[in-house]
Design a protein around this ligand. Structure first.
Ligand SMILES: [Mg+2]
Ligand SMILES: [Zn+2]
Length: 184
């Protein structure tokens, strides 16, 4: 495949600080220190895509309109740092959900690779040259199944083993930019 490389980012706990089922824009607070490495990656021609499980939709904890408002906020906070996202892809499903049409087993809930594959098709990404960055084993699993390299941030157990571990998202992004040939 000769698409663009991407960094696919988990949202909660990776791009933003961890919260339990955030449901309003104010709860999405960007992790510190990520503006410079994200700008650096864009300058290297790397696409930036968010891939996020949002089972709160299936559980009826918030609505698609709430999620849209949260993602407009997220884009605007990033824009303030000079960072444009190429896309945000979410899985609204959960088998134990209370919203009938979303209470299904799907292929897009991480560790399934569905969100990454959909992003790759829409945005012409080369997944073999891309990285999945997340704070859960399910992020590493999704990245591996999609054929990406994987980075795990924070203290989660490293099974399945990621290609890279870092204490913070900012550090992971710096190391990935270095792997793409930028200054770490
Ligand atoms: Mg997370
Ligand atoms: Zn899904």
């Amino acid at each position: 495949m000769n698409g663009r490389p991407a960094v696919l980012l988990d949202r909660d706990g990776t791009l933003t600080e961890p919260r339990h089922y955030p449901s309003s824009p104010a709860e999405l607070v960007l992790q510190p220190g990520i503006g410079a490495p994200l700008r650096g990656l864009r300058e290297l021609g790397v696409a930036l895509v968010v891939v996020t499980n949002q089972s709160g939709l299936a559980r009826g904890l918030f609505t698609p309109q709430d999620l849209d408002a949260m993602h407009r906020h997220l884009r605007s906070r990033l824009r303030a740092l000079g960072v444009r996202l190429d896309g945000i892809y979410h899985c609204p499903h959960h088998p134990d959900g209370t919203v009938p049409e979303l209470a299904v087993r799907c292929r897009c809930r991480k560790p399934g690779p569905g969100l990454l594959l959909r992003a790759a098709e829409d945005l012409h990404l080369d997944l073999a040259r891309s990285w999945m960055v997340g704070d859960f084993a399910s992020d590493v699993g999704a990245g591996r199944r999609a054929g990406c390299r994987t980075a795990l941030v924070g203290p989660a157990p490293d099974s399945p083993a990621p290609d890279l571990r870092a204490p913070t998202t900012a550090r992971a992004l710096e190391l990935i930019a270095g792997a793409f040939g930028g200054t770490p």
